[in-house]
Design a protein around this ligand. Structure first.
Ligand code: GTP
Ligand code: MG
Length: 455
């Protein structure tokens, strides 16, 4: 028996959350550094609002949220000494236990800030890891988050890793360090061992996924993947298109795992639609890497739907971040056609924004304004998906005799049936569109029965 095999496939003894949130919400101070000369697609207000949204995503009690000007990044504390002092005073006055800094801090900066302010300090990466840790539901999600967590921890072994100590105390886990091994060395060794183990498990999950994908490819159902910034409305749109009840909420990172469902488009064409984790600015690199397996639906998609919250004043910056992550995943609009879905148009009048001011990000086939909420534009979107899939498809007229019932099934699942005549005594005539990847099979199967084509 392996010590790691419990019934739900989770590895016991995963990392402890950074924040202990057993009782009342943690009093938290937010620091949004405004670094001189650092360019960003996002306005300062948008960045601050988003950082607050991230903190709210795990229900922290926000005592204050401050923008702090940083002229030169300090190697020791990131922000200047004067600001650190002010923050320390506020921490005391407001009884703040946790400080979140919207940047990537070095372990030294983190430790020094903790020492000087008396609060626990976490950076943006740790906060996102924390949210993901709370949301992870499937076995794969849990493994991915833990892996990213460990990689983050590995570089920060300056403090003790308390849960490992607890495990060591309980004995029998095979974690005991040899004599003379220092705490940090042994912690590092254990983390490395665990990383190897997790990677191994994820590899197995990946193989299963690859098999499932292969089956879908064989069944020739194209995959349409929803991507977009967190909270753009992907899950709401997914539910609207599939009638499924996927968790959608006004919460950053409501979705962590990939869901995939079959839907039928207006002309009867079937596609697999996938909903997945949302993207965010400065998504930790490790996390992108860890989620690569989940995001393989996106990598392999036939069409990508980039869902944008067009009623968010920061939508242009968000779209750029999505392109950055797609790029990191190796997805290019040259290879995979992209349709932009301009969602939440029902909110436009409220926000005073207008559609005319929005522009597509990167190379896209088209952009469709919709409201996943009211259903506006959804039919246009479905039409567009269907037409785009058929883009390189060709039209054929085929004859199907009565005796060839299985051919009808084949046409429906591998081609788009444009129209069909009334059956007569010889059988039935069909007009179908066949895309390149099924053309060979089609020509072989219907050899001699193809009347005309628009070749
Ligand atoms: N008014 C309006 N609200 C919408 C629309 N689409 C989604 N929402 C709301 O936006 C919020 C986020 O929606 P989700 O579908 O959870 O967004 P998501 O992109 O899946 O978010 P993550 O899973 O967190 O990445 C929810 O409160 C939805 O009700 C829309 O067309 N109009
Ligand atoms: Mg979602």
């Amino acid at each position: 028996m392996s010590e790691f095999d419990d019934e739900d496939g989770r590895l016991p003894g995963g990392p402890k959350p950074f924040i202990d949130r057993q009782e009342k919400p943690t009093r938290t101070g937010l620091i949004c550094p405004d670094v001189r000369g650092k360019s960003s697609y996002h306005s300062l207000e948008a960045r601050q609002a988003e950082f607050e949204g991230l903190a709210e995503a795990i229900r922290l009690d926000i005592a204050f949220s401050d923008v702090v000007k940083v002229r030169d990044i300090r190697p020791a504390t990131y922000i200047g000494a004067g600001h650190v002092e002010t923050i320390a005073e506020r921490v005391k006055a407001e009884e703040v236990e946790l400080l979140l800094v919207d940047t990537a801090l070095s372990p030294i900066q983190q430790r020094n800030l903790e020492r000087e302010t008396g609060a626990k300090v976490l950076d943006r990466t740790a906060l996102i890891l924390e949210i993901f840790g709370e949301r992870a539901a499937t076995r794969e999600g849990v493994l991915q988050v833990e892996l990213a967590h460990l990689n983050y921890q590995k570089g920060r072994l300056v403090r003790s890793w308390t849960h490992l100590e607890r495990q060591r105390g309980s004995g029998g886990m095979g974690f005991m360090g040899g004599p003379g091994e220092t705490q940090i060395e042994s912690d590092r060794r254990q983390i490395t061992e665990r990383i190897v183990l997790l990677e191994d498990r994820l590899d197995k999950v990946k193989k299963t996924r690859a098999q499932q994908r292969q089956q879908r490819t064989r069944a020739a159902i194209p995959v349409v993947a929803l991507v977009g910034y967190t909270n753009a409305g992907k899950s709401t749109l997914f539910n609207r298109l599939t009638g499924a009840g996927v968790f959608a909420e006004d919460l950053l990172f409501a979705t962590l795992d990939t869901t995939i469902r079959k839907i039928e488009l207006p002309h009867g064409r079937e596609v697999m639609l996938s909903d997945t984790v949302g993207f965010v600015a400065d998504l930790p690199h490790d996390l992108v890497a860890a989620f690569r397996a989940t995001l393989e639906e996106v990598v392999d998609a036939d069409i990508i739907l980039h869902v944008r919250d067009i009623a968010n004043p920061d939508h242009a910056g968000q779209a750029q971040d999505v392109l950055t992550v797609l790029d990191e995943l190796g997805v290019s609009s040259e290879k995979t056609p992209v349709i932009e879905v301009w969602n939440k148009v029902d909110l436009l009048s409220e926000t005073g924004l207008v559609l005319g001011s929005a522009a597509p990000a990167g190379k896209v086939l088209a952009s469709v304004p919709v409201s996943a909420h009211t259903g506006q534009g959804i039919e246009d979107l479905k039409d567009l998906i269907e037409r785009s899939l058929g883009e390189q498809a060709r039209t054929y007229h085929v004859h199907v005799p009565h005796s060839a019932g299985s051919d009808i099934g084949w046409l429906h699942s591998h081609a788009e049936v444009v129209s069909r005549d009334e059956p007569n005594e010889r059988g039935q005539d069909y007009v179908v569109r066949v895309d390149p990847r099924h053309r060979t099979a089609f020509l072989e199967r219907f050899n001699g029965r193809i009347a005309t084509s628009d070749l």
